[in-house]
Design a protein around this ligand. Structure first.
Ligand code: NAD
Length: 248
């Protein structure tokens, strides 16, 4: 990833922080973005202290705001040069079913979990062009492939749509040397899952052949592959990283 310039959304904690870190470890410059400024600044400071100084910056970015995207892309170009890589990772969970999903909850989930990825690509692709190409990883979920069995109506709708957003963008931009893929993480040990009721988590792990949660780094390594030149012929596809959850 030497010489590559990446934006990672939701990069203050959890999966986004692990993704930003693995890209830094492999030589990229990274702008980690989030709406949790304290955690984001602390993450960037920790990465500086870990020896990634000069290649990491934190910026506030609400993925649902086109204005925020324009500001952050301009910042990244000024600081590090044209973008080559985008990880659309920011997301919010939604556990409500069809009848108890509110219109407001539906809209917020669709905005963050789906529209944010479209706005990110829209903002970053002109910068990719200036770099001569680029790669995107969008973040779906196992629940973009199979139902959760406990509702998750808006979340599943958004994560399923991320798959087709990915394919449509991949087909549109392939001739410009821009690849677009998505990942489907299973159960990952991130702050979001620390608030799950214990019996819920146990149920998920019983349905996971590997029998444990993924460490964030185990998902981040799949993102690293998809963004790297090693994946140069991979576009428009999905990489399932779920400990076997969708295999049975
Ligand atoms: N953890 C899992 O088990 C799991 C499984 C499948 C998919 N995913 C997906 O992976 C991604 C990361 O999940 P996580 O577990 O690290 O979650 P998390 O809640 O720990 O972290 C998500 C981050 O996104 C940020 N965020 C939320 N709304 C935002 C917005 N509007 N703009 C910018 N940032 C925003 C949050 O502040 C937070 O820092 C999400 O898209 C999630 O749906 C997670």
């Amino acid at each position: 990833m030497n010489g590559k310039v990446a934006i990672v959304t939701g990069g203050a904690q959890g999966l986004g922080a692990a993704e930003a870190e693995i890209l830094l470890d492999h030589g990229a410059s990274v702008v980690a973005c989030d709406i949790r400024d304290d955690e984001g600044e602390a993450f960037a400071a920790a990465m500086e202290a870990a020896g990634h100084g000069g290649r990491i910056a934190y910026q506030r970015l609400d993925v649902t705001s086109a204005d925020d995207w324009a500001r952050v892309v301009a910042f990244a170009e000024r600081r590090f040069g044209p973008l080559t890589s985008l990880v659309n990772n920011a997301g919010i969970p939604g556990r409500a079913g069809v009848e108890n999903t509110t219109e407001e909850g539906w809209q917020r989930t669709i905005d963050v979990d789906l529209k944010g990825s479209w706005l990110g690509m829209k903002a970053c692709i002109p910068s990719f062009r200036r770099a001569g190409g680029g790669a995107v990883v969008n973040t779906s979920s196992t629940y973009g492939l199979v139902a959760s069995g406990h509702g998750s109506t808006a979340y599943s709708a958004a994560k399923g749509a991320v798959v087709m957003l990915t394919k449509a963008a991949a087909a549109e931009y392939a001739r410009e040397n821009i690849r677009v893929n998505c990942i489907h993480p299973g159960v990952v040990d991130t702050p979001r899952n620390q608030t799950l009721p214990p019996d819920w988590l146990e149920g998920l792990l019983r349905k996971t052949p590997l029998g444990r949660m993924a460490a964030p780094r185990e998902i981040a390594s799949a993102v690293l592959f998809l963004l790297s030149n090693e994946a140069s012929y991979v576009t428009g596809t999905s990489l399932v990283v779920d400990g076997g959850y969708t295999a049975i």
